[in-house]
Design a protein around this ligand. Structure first.
Ligand code: PLP
Length: 287
């Protein structure tokens, strides 16, 4: 496996960074998870825009233009002879002294890892996920914006641990006011009386690229889609619940906090969106 590390492709074993990297010491950095389907990189421009916006927000300069970054990503996939891949782009603040001031860090580390896709088992899509709400809340957008996809994912990790402890597949994260925001690393949608609803991102959710693609797709397919705040009650009483994300694509949720969603089986609209999403991901994108 070849890893892109600061201007060159190196063998996995040689892909090492300093223990003084503030990404390691403080979680100071940004990242993206991207997917390639049969040689097409899905929504690469959107992922790069989000990466550069995240970096801008935390006052970090990525030492490449978006065009350069784009060709480096393509090179990394090619070098690894991958067709379908999961791509992780990491830009950390880089090595500095032990103080947390980024001023001591002279150059960010840029790392690109492209791996064969570890697909979620098809059985999980057939069965659907169990979700449980957790005590850990989404950080307030005015404190640290959920739009910054930073290396500091402790909040999301705590949420995942709570879900594991509760014996469910995924966590339902609320904001400070109790409105539903998202899962640990995926966006949530509900369907009620044929309407598809997802929380507005200002409540405290990452503006997922899959989320936006699904909103557009649902719209094109003639469904009514709205970004409206909702609570757990609306989730419990929904006709369908599903999650979206780069890794998971579109996946049904069949149980939330022990409440069976409708008849406890993945819904029709969810299934329709998943099959249409799979169709477009294999035709759209950067070759
Ligand atoms: N929410 C969080 C917190 C995430 O980390 C992710 C993963 O990227 C998502 C939602 C889903 O976003 P996307 O569809 O861009 O992968």
């Amino acid at each position: 496996q070849w890893i892109y590390l600061n201007d060159r492709l190196v063998k996995k074993e040689e892909a090492v960074v300093s223990v003084f990297d503030h990404g390691f010491l403080y979680g100071d950095g940004v990242f993206e998870g991207i997917r390639a389907y049969s040689g097409n990189i899905f929504k690469l421009d959107e992922h790069l825009d989000r990466l550069y916006d995240s970096a801008q927000s935390i006052m970090m300069t990525i030492p490449y233009t978006k065009e350069e970054m784009s060709s480096i990503i393509v090179d990394t996939i090619r070098q690894n002879e991958l067709d379908s891949a999961y791509i992780r782009v990491v830009v950390s603040r880089g090595p500095g002294n032990l103080g947390l001031d980024p001023a001591s860090c002279s150059r960010p580390n840029v790392i690109i890892i492209a791996e064969a896709l570890a697909l979620f088992p098809e059985e999980l899509y057939q069965r659907g996920l169990r979700m449980g709400s957790v005590a850990t809340r989404r950080n307030r957008p005015d404190v640290l914006s959920p739009q910054v996809k930073s290396l500091n994912y402790l909040n999301n990790i705590l949420v995942k641990l709570e879900a594991n402890q509760a014996g469910v597949d995924e966590a339902l994260m609320l904001n400070d006011e109790g409105y539903v925001t998202e899962g640990s690393a995926d966006n949530i949608f509900i369907v009620k009386n044929g309407r598809i609803i997802t929380p507005p991102v200002y409540l405290g959710a990452l503006e997922g690229i899959t989320r936006n693609a699904i909103i557009d797709l649902a719209d094109e397919l003639g469904y009514s889609v709205a970004e409206t705040p909702f609570t757990r009650h609306d989730v419990y009483t929904a006709d369908e619940v599903f999650l979206t994300g780069t890794a998971v694509e579109v996946i049904a949720v069949i149980d939330v906090d022990g409440r069976k969603i409708a008849d406890g089986r993945p819904g029709h609209i969810t299934g329709h969106l998943l099959s249409e999403f799979r169709r477009v991901t294999h035709t759209d994108g950067v070759k």
